[in-house]
Design a protein around this ligand. Structure first.
Ligand code: FE2
Length: 585
């Protein structure tokens, strides 16, 4: 186009300087047109924390932009200007699954935009669209809908899910949720949203096709191969129109921060805050001689663990790690009950749950301190006291459905319930010369904080449902006092159930009554699904689903007061979703 115009201009013999200016203008216009194609939203908008009159809308871009707005109303006639912040910890590294490869750990710039739509009426569904302006370009999302928090007695369908972590069946799972249930009113997510929280691509654009946001927004593209047949799944358009209530799992926590080491190494390199505080005091004269409070706080965080990316992606009131909300007939209490996962292996150079690596015995800087707990829930802790207050609140007591969600299992056939949920007791062995010869960890089950401290509170408060994840399987339990327990984490993959000959790996010299190899260590029997249980090779019904071919989801229906669980066999992509269990809460 430029050449054609230039040729014409030459023909009419315009002076060279004018020709030069016109050419520059045309080149600029052309580059603006092409640059407009390089901008897009990194995610669709998603909803969070509705009140009776408002809801928050957030989305992400890879540019700061000039202005970001939410348009809402029947004809999108109202506007909210969004606040913009930059994520501070998002990075990529050689483990990132992206088209362009990263050879070293590299900062990735991501901006978050959030606005609160106010003045809503309960029960009213409002159209909305977000628009990001950058340079002279406007990038618009599609039009979705939002609502404020529903009134009591509103019939709701809520997806109970966890442990997505970009696993193979995740996209199929969420696609089947959308196809089977249709409109979802909220999502309760019991932790482990991604694998490594500071790796931006796991949230936004992992090329395997099932990053967190794309799959929960129907924009995934996962090629699932089963028996030589590949099926592409896109996930489901869910969180654009329904609020997400997450909690912190072990995969929301990053360990000690460094600029350069691999993100997978930083992820697993968490140590207890108490150890970091001790290290701080030793180094204080050098790192903080003026006793600056912020320097101290940052140093301890960077030298223990943090949930910065999780907190920056979601907008928690006061950045709290535990919270409670009323949503229709539900009072949802969300706790942080999770510890670091370490290998059960006893091999010499493994920094595991039962021992330190032999090569690091003389180097406390390299110790892992076993499966330490990130946020205390034991009696008297700040979280425990907050929970006591919450359970005594009118909002909780008046609620028709009292639901408590956290990541770590209470009752399960899965692997992660052993060792007991308590602070590791460190034991050091020495030779006659005083050298350390072994460092081991014990977890006495009489100190299991979930069973000893948390459950009596929940029993007294007559909780209807305790919902959790972490072991990547489906199973449910019922206590004598009527509390239902559900683990619905066989979403993207499974690590199996421990029944029959499939024993949990326990060190040979550890007590088998404290470290239980088979079944649910905390006593309750897994309940057989009451509609269509899966069967084993001898046609015996199974009280669980732990499969890498069959994916499972559960739906709370507040109108019926039930939780229904569904399974889909990805080996038969044209098969129907099967409802295999339903229980009342
Ligand atoms: Fe987990």
């Amino acid at each position: 186009m430029i050449m054609t115009i230039q040729t014409r201009l030459k023909c009419i013999k315009i002076k060279p300087i004018i020709l030069f200016i016109i050419t520059l203008l045309l080149i600029r216009q052309t580059s603006m047109i092409s640059s407009s194609h390089s901008y897009s939203l990194l995610t669709d908008p998603f909803l969070q924390f509705p009140t009776e009159t408002s809801v928050k809308v957030a989305w992400f871009t890879e540019f700061p932009g000039d202005e970001h707005k939410i348009f809402y109303g029947q004809n999108l006639e109202n506007t909210v200007i969004a606040d913009t912040s930059q994520l501070t910890r998002t990075r990529e590294d050689e483990g990132s699954k992206l088209t362009s490869k990263y050879e070293q750990t590299t900062r990735r710039n991501v901006w978050r935009h959030e606005g609160e739509v106010r003045g809503l009426k309960q029960g009213e569904r409002i159209n909305y669209q977000v628009v990001s302006r950058v340079k002279n370009d406007e990038i618009k999302s599609n039009i979705f809908y939002l609502t404020s928090s529903p009134q009591p007695e509103t019939p709701l369908k809520i997806l109970l899910t966890s442990d997505h972590q970009s696993m193979p069946m995740g996209a199929a799972n969420l696609q089947k949720v959308k196809e089977t249930i249709g409109k979802i009113d909220a999502i309760f997510f019991a932790g482990d949203l991604v694998n490594i929280p500071d790796r931006a691509s796991e949230w936004f654009d992992d090329q395997r096709g099932c990053a967190f946001f794309p799959c929960l927004q129907g924009k995934g593209n996962y090629q699932l191969e089963k028996d030589g047949i590949t099926t592409i799944y896109h996930g489901g358009e869910l969180i654009q129109n329904a609020p997400l209530f997450p909690t912190i799992g072990n995969h929301e926590v990053m360990g000690r921060f460094t600029e350069n080491s691999r993100l997978s190494e930083q992820f697993i390199d968490a140590i207890p805050q108490a150890v970091a505080e001790k290290n701080y005091l030793e180094k204080k004269p050098i790192i903080n001689p003026d006793n600056n409070t912020e320097i101290k706080k940052d140093w301890i965080k960077n030298n223990s663990f943090n949930t910065d990316t999780y907190e920056e992606i979601f907008s928690f009131p006061n950045r709290s790690h535990y919270y409670a909300v009323t949503f229709g007939d539900i009072r949802l209490v969300v706790l942080q009950v999770t510890n670091i996962w370490r290998s059960p292996s006893l091999k010499d150079n493994v920094k595991g749950r039962y021992k330190e690596s032999k090569r690091d015995l003389d180097n406390p800087e390299k110790w892992g301190y076993g499966q330490h707990i990130f946020e205390a829930i034991k009696k008297g802790s700040a979280q425990y006291q907050w929970l006591e207050e919450e359970l005594n609140s009118e909002a909780f007591k008046q609620a028709k459905y009292k639901i408590v969600m956290f990541h770590h299992p209470v009752h399960t056939l899965g692997g992660n319930i052993v060792p007991p949920y308590t602070d590791p007791l460190q034991n050091l062995d020495y030779d006659p010369d005083g050298n350390i010869t072994a460092i081991g960890y014990q977890y006495p089950n009489e100190n299991d904080y979930i069973i000893r401290d948390l459950m009596p509170l929940l029993e007294t408060a007559k909780v209807n449902l305790v919902f959790y994840g972490h072991s990547h399987l489906w199973n449910r339990f019922l206590s004598p006092n009527g509390i239902n327990f559900l683990e619905s984490s066989n979403v993207g993959n499974s690590y199996g159930a421990h029944l029959g000959n499939n024993k949990r790996p326990i060190p040979p010299n550890y007590s088998k009554s404290n470290y239980v190899e088979i079944g649910n260590p905390n006593g309750l029997e897994a309940i057989m699904p009451n509609l269509v249980p899966l069967t084993d090779e001898n046609k015996n019904p199974l009280p669980y689903i732990a499969s890498n071919d069959i994916t499972v989801f559960s739906i709370l229906d507040t109108e019926k007061g039930t939780i229904s669980s569904y399974r889909f066999d990805t080996r038969q992509p044209n098969s129907k979703v099967i409802q295999f269990d339903e229980f009342a809460i």
